[in-house]
Design a protein around this ligand. Structure first.
Ligand SMILES: C[S@@+](CC[C@H](N)C(=O)[O-])C[C@H]1O[C@@H](n2cnc3c(N)ncnc32)[C@H](O)[C@@H]1O
Length: 258
C-alpha cells in the first residue's frame, strides 16, 4: 500500500513540469535524465571518495523548484551510502525575487527571459517534496526551508549544530541570489576544504564573468582570497562542478569520523 502511494506521489511530483521556463532549461525529464544521471554518478563518486577519507557534512540545495534535482540528490545519497549527511533544501517556492541592479544588466533580464515571480510552484509542492524525500532519507535527514534566501539563511544556517557542507548545489539563476548564498555559506563556516560546489547557472548571461553567477563567484573569491574553486567538470547546459580548496592549509585536517 505504502509502495503504491509512494509511486503515485512520485509520479505526481516528477511529471514533466508545466512551466515553459523549466522545459526550456531542462527539457522533458527523459532528456534531463540522460544528462543528469551520469553527471550525478560522477559527482557522487568523488563525494564518496572524500567521505571515505573522513570528510563529513551535509548536502545543501539552493533552488529546488519542483524537486527534480532534489530527488536525484536524495537517491544518490542513499545509493552511495552517505549515511551521516542530511539534505537541506532552500527555495522561496514563490519564484524568482525581483532583479537586483546587477541582475538587470544580465541578458536574461534585458531580454525578459527571467522576471520576478517566474518559476513559482503550485501550492503544496514543498510539502510533497518533504514527504517523498523524507520517506527516502528519513524525516530527520531532510529539511525544506521555504522563503527568500536573504531572510531564511541567517537564522537557519546560524543555528546549525555542525555547519559543514559536503556538497552545495547552487541553482538559483540570479547573481544576487548566488552571491547571498555564497556569502552566507562562508559567514556561517559551512565551506570546508573539499566541499564540492555545483554552479548550475555558470553559463547564464553567455558565461560573461561580469554578469550572473560567474560574477557572484568572482566577487566571493576576491572577498575570500585564501579559498580556491578548482573546476572539476561540466555538464548539461553549462553547469560547472568545482572542488573548493582552503589554500591557507599546509597539512590535512584530522577528522573524528563517526
Ligand atoms: C532553476 S530553478 C531550480 C531548479 C531545480 N533545481 C530543479 O531541479 O528543477 C531556480 C529556483 O531558485 C529559486 N530562487 C531564486 N532566487 C531565490 C531567492 N533569492 N530565494 C529563494 N529562492 C530563490 C526560485 O524560486 C526557483 O525555484
Amino acid at each position: 500500500m505504502i509502495k503504491q502511494l509512494l509511486q503515485r506521489t512520485k509520479k505526481k511530483l516528477f511529471l514533466p513540469c508545466s512551466s515553459e521556463v523549466y522545459a526550456g532549461l531542462h527539457g522533458p525529464n527523459k532528456s534531463a535524465d540522460a544528462v543528469y544521471l551520469p553527471a550525478y554518478d560522477r559527482l557522487f563518486m568523488l563525494l564518496k571518495h572524500f567521505y571515505l577519507n573522513g570528510l563529513r557534512g551535509d548536502i545543501f540545495e539552493f533552488g529546488v523548484f519542483q524537486g527534480y534535482t532534489a530527488h536525484l540528490l536524495a537517491s544518490c545519497m542513499n545509493r552511495f551510502q552517505l549515511k551521516s549527511a542530511a539534505l537541506h533544501l532552500f527555495d522561496s517556492f514563490e519564484g524568482l525575487p525581483s532583479a537586483s541592479e546587477v541582475d538587470q544588466l544580465g541578458y536574461e533580464s534585458q531580454n525578459k527571459i527571467w522576471q520576478s515571480g517566474m518559476l513559482k510552484t503550485t501550492a503544496g509542492v514543498e510539502k510533497l517534496i518533504e514527504s517523498t524525500l523524507g520517506h527516502m532519507l528519513g524525516k530527520q535527514r531532510l529539511h525544506v526551508v521555504k522563503g527568500f534566501f536573504d531572510e531564511t539563511l541567517p537564522p537557519y544556517l546560524g543555528a546549525l549544530e555542525s555547519p559543514r557542507a559536503l556538497l552545495v548545489h547552487l541553482d538559483c539563476d540570479l547573481y544576487s541570489s548566488s552571491k547571498c548564498v555564497l556569502q552566507a555559506l562562508f559567514k556561517y563556516g559551512l565551506i570546508q576544504d573539499g566541499t564540492v560546489l555545483i554552479c548550475d547557472d555558470w553559463m547564464t548571461s553567455m558565461g560573461n564573468p561580469n554578469l550572473g553567477q560567474r560574477r557572484a563567484v568572482k566577487e566571493i573569491l576576491e572577498e575570500f582570497p585564501s579559498w580556491e574553486f578548482e573546476p572539476y567538470f561540466n555538464y548539461g547546459m553549462g553547469s560547472q562542478v568545482f572542488v573548493i580548496h582552503d589554500t591557507s592549509l599546509t597539512s590535512g585536517r584530522r577528522f573524528e569520523v563517526s
